[in-house]
Design a protein around this ligand. Sequence first.
Ligand SMILES: CSC[C@@H](O)[C@@H](O)C(=O)COP(=O)(O)O
Ligand SMILES: [Zn+2]
Length: 235
Amino acid sequence: MSQATDDSLVISSDPLHPANLIPELCRSFYNLGWVTGTGGGICIRTGDKVFIAPSGVQKERIEPSHIFVLPFPQPEPSPHTDRVFLRRPALNLKESACTPLFWNSFDLRDAGSCIHTHSQHAVMATLLWTGPVFTISHQEMIKGVRVAGTGHALSYLDTLVLPIIENTPNEEDLKDSMAEAMTKYPDAAGVLVRRHGVYVWGTDWEKAKTQTECLDYLFEIGVKMKLAGLPTVLN
Ligand SMILES: CSC[C@@H](O)[C@@H](O)C(=O)COP(=O)(O)O
Ligand SMILES: [Zn+2]
């Protein structure tokens, strides 16, 4: 495994540098209840570099020096190669267990950012929608979600459909079922994970963030509607 420690890749006075944005965004996601108890996170890809937070740490207390930088694409895997890094933190940290799932969004959707939340609204949606998809229609916030997460915006008249995959004991093991769901539902902007949370991506961090906000709103109102006995999809 590479031991690169090039701090210039993560130390910048630019507040919009990914290594500054990830800690700032994780703090705001923590306050929304999306990344508490070390769960959840966000990654940002700028062309050929991917910026990823460490695993198992308080996500609201990450510092730029804790960020991993990986090349995109990764070199071809072989029995003798491991994940390749351009920069690893000096501290004894491991990259987020979400890394292979974030990679699905780059490989399959050419995303520039992917967000993983443990929002209770997402988890409740996966409990009340017991089948393979979450669906909702006739909600204004549907217009803030894009086809495939990276295409054009949905219309008020579109029904939002998001696949739900089953959880696994280890986050990494969700990679294949997430990829399968993305292939089966090519227009979906994210993938829900039952009893766990959601992955949402976009062309850049701004669009990943606003789509996650719209989807979280739709999960919350959908759950409330279902509990109130109201239909969530109208004809
Ligand atoms: C409460 S621990 C949750 C983790 O196992 C996992 O689900 C998660 O989302 C975060 O993984 P991490 O490796 O800390 O980035
Ligand atoms: Zn998780």
